[in-house]
Design a protein around this ligand. Structure first.
Ligand code: NAP
Length: 494
């Protein structure tokens, strides 16, 4: 592991962690959990304790829903312009506090500071986007076909929502849901991931300071998610579940949400193919591959999971990618210049190591990496594998780490068939200069999103989401607010 000069001091780290209120936010009050207990948050780069936070139980979750339910009618009636202004002020506050919020995120999640800064900017943009959307909730008026009646269609907030977010993008997965819910006029109970609760708690303070009324956003942190949120899914006052996380947990939550027939959004796992056709610009494809693979240390639902490269290019592509990944600086994310942080925990690292070992046992060759990093923390060296067997688990499962398996294809049809040979369908990346080939692939790929000649698709102004086992519902773009609105039709007899 290469080391870089330290820039952030231990005092700065302590100050940023202790600036977070480590309690629950319920009805505008910061309070301890009714359980009287706390759980610990650790730095994945060192395994050391950062702080403890309140450990909510079912009673706290019910109290949070009580508060959301009480606040709902007033919030739905709040002027849309003012809902937007609150988001706009929160956007400005997040941007102003980029350094502090980035450091906090790096400490709890491990990603390098440069990536945390990028996530803070991305997260803030959702508030800026939805600040504009708040005043664009439109309905329609029409004459009924028989010419006698009139039809009015209005869109109203769905009501109290449960928002469950993962640890890999601790801030952006929050703002992507909260921004839309605030704009639509919904109240919320937010439950961040156990490993990264601090960014959500900091975000709640930002919104409070931006003027969000008490009870609109309630935050419960917990080490027992199933037991804590379970009762909410059976409570008729809850109207909506928006979940981002693994397909396995999403499926279980959807079954529970069926009880009250909740409106549901599911942003789940991925297994993104990255296709490089023989006419592609190799430099652009390698740049795109580095971004699509290494953003967030590979711990992204959008991470390129399988590289399908035209047979004539595959060897050169793997060598060039290996050169880039092998040169990346691995280390604690707080150190300036670090490009690859640790994985989130030992379990995640063991999973990545197991997938690499399985691929190698089936005949793959590690062009670079292929082993865990040195020292404390859950590091895994950036890895490129070539000659990967179609049987390898790394091509079937979400790797969620810095490992790039490269396989060669002979024909366009083979490339598309291989890309679609997965039960996931979040995103695919395609590199080609041929317009016909590009559109052929775009139309044939079974995914919710496609990156054409670029290694990143995330954009607050675009509808983010998947098909197949990657879920349904869209976050961001004009579609994002729809997840928090329902349609009411009025038949009018004049
Ligand atoms: P996860 O284990 O499914 O957890 C996600 C969230 O669900 C966490 O807050 C977790 O709490 C909570 N949770 C777990 N079990 C629960 C239960 N029985 N009832 C209620 N809540 C429960 O996923 P993760 O490991 O945090 O995140 C990684 C996954 O998220 C990957 O599969 C990734 O692809 C996916 N992801 C998808 C998108 C997208 O937009 N499609 C974006 C980012 C990530 P605890 O932390 O306490 O377990």
């Amino acid at each position: 592991m290469q080391s870089c000069g330290m820039r952030i001091t231990a005092d700065q780290e302590r100050a940023v962690v202790s600036s977070v209120r480590n309690e629950l936010l319920v009805g505008g009050q910061w309070r301890e959990a009714a359980t009287g207990t706390e759980f610990s948050v650790v730095d994945p780069a060192t395994g050391q304790l950062l702080c403890n936070v309140a450990d909510a139980g079912p009673d706290d979750a019910r109290a949070a829903l009580d508060a959301a339910d009480t606040a709902q009618p007033g919030w739905a009636a709040h002027p849309p312009r003012e809902r937007g202004e609150i988001l706009r002020r929160a956007y400005e506050a997040i941007v102003r506090r980029t350094e502090e919020l980035s450091l906090l995120m790096t400490l709890e999640m491990g990603k390098p500071l440069a990536e945390s800064r990028a996530e803070i900017a991305y997260a803030a943009e959702f508030f800026r986007w939805f600040a504009g959307e708040a005043v664009r909730i439109e309905g329609r008026y029409s004459v009924s076909p028989d010419g006698k009646g009139r039809m009015l269609v209005l869109r109203q907030p769905v009501g109290p929502c449960l928002l469950i977010t993962p640890w890999n993008f601790p801030m952006a997965m929050g703002t992507r849901k909260i921004g839309a819910a605030v704009a639509a006029g919904c109240t919320m109970v937010a439950k961040p991931a156990e490993q990264t609760p601090l960014s959500m708690l900091a975000l709640a303070r930002v919104l409070e300071e931006a003027g969000l009324p008490p009870g609109v956003l309630n935050v419960i942190t917990t080490s027992s998610p199933a037991e804590t949120v379970g009762p909410l899914l059976e409570d008729p006052r809850l109207r909506k579940l928006s979940f981002t996380g693994s397909t396995e947990v999403g499926r279980a939550l959807m079954a529970q949400a069926a009880h009250q027939l909740l409106k549901v959004s599911m942003e789940l796992g991925g297994n993104a193919p990255f296709i490089v056709f023989e006419d592609a610009d190799l430099d652009a494809a390698v740049d795109g591959a580095v971004l699509a693979k290494m953003r967030n240390i590979g711990e992204a639902c959008t991470a390129a999971n399988r590289f399908h490269v035209a047979a004539g290019l595959a060897g050169r592509f793997a060598d060039r990618l290996a050169g880039r990944l092998g040169a990346m600086v691995m280390g604690r994310g707080t150190e300036e210049g670090v490009e690859v942080g640790p994985l989130i925990d030992e379990e995640a690292r063991a999973k990545v190591a197991g997938l690499v070992d399985d691929a190698i046992a089936r005949g793959a060759k590690a062009v670079v990496g292929g082993r865990p990093g040195d020292g404390p923390g859950y590091f895994y060296a950036p890895t490129v594998l070539e000659d990967v067997s179609v049987e390898a688990l790394a091509l079937r499962e979400e790797i969620f780490g810095p490992v790039a398996p490269v396989t060669a294809f002979e024909s366009e049809e083979d490339a598309i068939a291989a890309a679609n040979d997965t039960s996931y369908g979040l995103v695919a990346y395609v590199f080609t200069k041929d317009l016909r080939r590009a559109f052929g692939a775009i139309e044939a790929l079974e995914t919710g999103m496609v990156g054409l000649n670029q290694g990143m698709v995330s954009n607050p102004a675009a509808p983010f989401g998947g098909v197949k086992l990657s879920g349904f519902g869209r976050e961001g773009g004009r579609e994002g607010i729809d997840e928090y609105l329902h349609t009411k039709y009025v038949a009018m007899n004049l």
